[in-house]
Design a protein around this ligand. Structure first.
Ligand code: ADP
Ligand code: ADP
Length: 238
């Protein structure tokens, strides 16, 4: 029933405790907003959930197993994505690569079913018209939605997004938020979204976790987003 179960989870880098004593649970279909200032440990927790970082103590289970054992059911949308290719990749290439990457297949030989699936995912997010455009020429907001589309290629059951709105202008933030809202409503995906500002995402958050190198608060948005709780980390509102 729970997609994520963490109990007294402490995550370390060569023994250094980056974030301590996290206890929380997330159910299937729920979206958790992971809030905290710079250096709070948000990316670190996402990397553990994605199975990329394995230096921790305490309990962390994803689908009832250690994250490293369920990597294929989890997709991670990084904050930045650099393309070091000589030939400019099209949006379609970038999305199709989402399915091929794990299999180690070279992208120049993309099977037809992968192309079809990529077009379907682009269409779902209202991006099909961009399919042939060079990825690097897109706006920041378009790039962010293409990266979300890419993550959906593997039909993940848990979607992890690192600061998906942070580099975007207000219009692009709205577009990215509607994309996430659509994924929640129509696919019912379980999501963890890191953010230093919950405001744009508040309507899709079932749970909010506030961390500051330790757990400050975990609960519904109404329980956590209270002046005295937020103020204890960010300082009192002026
Ligand atoms: P946030 O995403 O909330 O800004 P991070 O998870 O990036 O925070 O960082 C949390 C803490 O872990 C910071 O103190 C940071 O310096 C440390 N940290 C992050 N990545 C590494 C790393 N690769 N090696 C050592 N320390 C790291
Ligand atoms: P990425 O986001 O690309 O995975 P990381 O945050 O893991 O990058 O950091 C990349 C490298 O930088 C790591 O090998 C790590 O050793 C180093 N690093 C990052 N943050 C810190 C930090 N706060 N203290 C020490 N080393 C760090």
């Amino acid at each position: 029933e729970y997609v994520i179960e963490a109990e007294n989870l402490t995550i370390t880098y060569n023994g250094y405790e980056a974030v301590k004593d996290l206890t929380f649970k997330l159910k299937k279909g729920e979206t958790m907003l992971l809030l905290g200032p710079n250096g709070a440990g948000k990316t670190t927790l996402l990397k553990v959930l994605a199975g990329f970082h394995t230096e921790y103590r305490g309990k962390i289970l994803v689908f009832g197993k250690p994250p490293v054992e369920v990597k294929d059911r989890v997709a991670y949308v990084p904050q930045t994505f650099s393309l070091n290719t000589r030939v400019p990749l099209s949006v379609l290439d970038v999305v199709a690569m989402g399915a091929l990457y794990k299999r180690g297949v070279v992208h120049f030989n993309v099977p037809r079913e992968v192309i079809d699936r990529a077009l379907e995912v682009l269409d779902f997010l209202g991006l099909k018209h961009l399919a042939e455009r060079p990825f690097r020429e897109l706006s920041g907001g378009q790039k962010q939605r293409v990266l979300i589309a890419r993550a959906l290629m593997s039909n993940p059951e848990l979607l992890l997004l690192d600061e998906p709105l942070s580099a975007l202008d207000p219009k692009a933030r709205i577009d990215a938020t509607s994309a996430l809202s659509k994924i929640k409503a129509e696919i019912g995906l379980t999501m963890v979204i890191t953010t230093h500002d919950v405001n744009p995402l508040i309507e899709i958050g079932d749970k909010v976790m506030l961390i500051d190198r330790r757990l400050v608060a975990f609960g519904t948005p109404e329980e956590v987003l209270r002046d005295e709780i937020i103020g204890s980390v960010y300082g009192p509102a002026s």
